[in-house]
Design a binder for this molecule. Structure first.
Ligand SMILES: [Zn+2]
Length: 316
């Protein structure tokens, strides 16, 4: 559009907007948003597909454009002759209403509940649930961050929970919720390791057992040698610090809370409290089988991913 005609059209639009009721302006606002999201979701995903440009079935790079399904480009592989689109075999495959994904991703940036996200996006709870876990599945269990400098680490425990998607439609109470658990016993609990450095890199793997070997297997590969490891008094960390040639600051219960003014585990304990408060409070407890998705979501939130970055992470 030429500048002159744009200015005259803009004047008309502005005049029209002034004469509208707030509700009418909201309708205009939503149409603009829908237009934006529709373009940007595809703009986000297509380059990711183009970068690999391979068949999702046999990984051949010999593809041919194969017509469109609606507005979506289809391809056919010259190797296995199967057809597909840019989302086939990704967590976003076969999800509908892609023009709402960016708005949904914005709800994820805000760490909203299903009900809140469903209301904002005008989708039902089942769709909101499906999208949440599809958007998180690609990053689930992937702890890529390398920690260095001053590294804080601690473990925490969550009650095992079978809360599931069936509670969305039935009025039954979840069988078990997170929250009040007997801290003296490790039975019926899931152990999570959380480690964070002062540059905000974070890992939060689920441990299959609360043992030195399991802690070492999950922590050591993500620690840069010659860092400073801050932990509680647990002996597990003594072994790992030695293994990675790290200076080890042990904050033993009842003794010092801070060593030399900078070495403490208050950042990691703050992050743990934040996570537990979110899943047990706002989210009213989460099913253990989905816990690694929530931990991935927490890492994304900690890394301050915006809505576009959340969609890119969801594509995998
Ligand atoms: Zn193929």
């Amino acid at each position: 559009m030429k500048t002159k005609s744009f200015v005259s059209k803009l004047n008309l639009i502005t005049k029209a907007l002034f004469s509208m009721t707030p509700a009418q302006r909201e309708v205009v606002h939503q149409s603009i948003q829908a237009l934006d999201t529709e373009i940007s979701t595809d703009e986000l995903i297509q380059p990711l597909f183009d970068a690999l440009s391979q068949c999702p079935h046999c990984h051949s790079i010999h593809l041919k454009k194969w017509g469109k399904s609606g507005s979506i480009q289809r391809y056919r592989c010259k190797g296995c002759l199967k057809t597909f689109n840019n989302k086939t075999s990704t967590p976003l495959a076969k999800l509908r209403k892609s023009y709402l994904w960016e708005e949904y991703a914005r709800c994820m940036v805000l760490k909203l509940t299903l009900r809140e996200a469903a209301n904002i996006c005008h989708i039902n709870l089942r769709t909101a649930f499906l999208w949440r876990h599809r958007f998180l599945s690609a990053q689930s269990g992937k702890n890529h961050d390398k920690l260095s400098g001053i590294i804080e680490v601690d473990e925490f425990f969550l009650a095992y929970s079978e809360k599931g998607s069936n509670t969305l439609t039935k009025q039954t109470k979840p069988r078990k919720r997170g929250g009040n658990i007997d801290k003296r016993t490790r039975e019926g609990q899931v152990t999570v390791l959380l480690s964070i450095d002062r540059s905000n890199h974070m890992i939060n793997p689920i441990l299959s057992a609360d043992t030195t070997a399991e802690i070492a297997a999950n922590l050591a590969p993500n620690i840069t040698e010659n860092s400073v490891l801050c932990s509680d008094g647990s002996w597990s960390y003594v072994t790992i610090a030695k293994q990675k040639n790290c200076d080890h600051k042990r904050l033993i219960n009842g003794k010092e809370r801070v060593i030399d003014k900078v070495y403490h585990i208050q950042t990691v304990n703050g992050a743990i409290a934040h996570f537990k408060g979110w899943v047990n409070g706002k989210m009213k407890g989460v099913a253990t089988k989905y816990l690694s998705n929530y931990l991935a979501w927490f890492r994304e939130s900690n890394a301050k991913l915006n809505k576009q970055e959340i969609l890119i992470a969801a594509y995998g």
